[in-house]
Design a binder for this molecule. Structure first.
Ligand SMILES: [Zn+2]
Length: 214
């Protein structure tokens, strides 16, 4: 029996068949009404859907059941979609999973729908203890978790940039880290995306999305 802490991560893997499900990269999202489809605050275009991740054994979404992640691809990066404060990306948090509603505009680009399953739990605190004990170098430890994952800590490409909670003490916690390996998302090749949740914010605005280039 393994228990989950904020420092337990699970790799996000392409999957099929039964068993535990994390959600989907790409495809058309479920449960989003056309009038609620996020538009880019910079250019006004409907944003491109990237992923829907479901709460469960592998993922703690702070009481929400599902997150839907969008990014602006309408202007080839001019909207600064990596910037969490520009409104050129958006994370919706849903209180319920709705797999029946199929609505919304055609998007500027649609990634192929890819089912996601979790890898084995990784205790990242134990990993860092091995670094302290000189059993591993920090770079070996980080390279072992430099993949698509839910939970644990962020592996930064351009320097540590963990967001502070906007509504209370402490930092936000990492919910999802993604690369261009599983699906070739249109962030710079080798780039890494990070979705954080504000642990002090119970509103549907509690998520924070940013990415760094490789
Ligand atoms: Zn835009």
């Amino acid at each position: 029996m393994t228990s989950r802490t904020n420092w337990t991560s699970r790799q996000i893997l392409k999957g099929s068949g039964g068993g535990e499900n994390i959600g989907f990269y790409g495809g058309h999202p479920r449960g989003i009404r056309a009038n609620l489809w996020p538009r880019c605050a910079v250019c006004g275009a409907p944003m491109c859907h990237m992923m829907q991740i479901d709460a469960g054994l592998a993922v703690d979404l702070g009481g929400y059941e599902r997150m839907s992640v969008f990014i602006c691809h309408a202007t080839g990066g001019r909207c600064e979609d990596w910037n969490p404060n520009k409104g050129a990306n958006k994370v919706l948090l849903h209180a319920e999973k709705d797999d029946t509603l199929y609505d919304g505009p055609p998007t500027v680009r649609v990634y192929r729908r890819t089912r996601l399953v979790p890898g084995e739990p990784v205790d990242e605190l134990a990993l860092m203890r091995r670094v302290k004990a000189n059993e591993l170098t920090m770079s070996q430890a980080l390279s072992s978790i430099k993949h698509d994952k839910v939970g644990g800590g962020a592996v930064w490409l351009q320097g540590e940039d963990t967001p502070k909670s906007k509504t209370g003490p402490g930092n936000m916690r990492l919910a999802v880290q993604f690369t261009t390996d599983v699906v070739s998302f249109d962030i710079t090749p080798g780039g890494m995306g990070y979705i954080f949740l504000d642990p002090n914010d119970v509103s549907p605005e509690a998520a924070y999305f940013m990415w760094q280039s490789g």
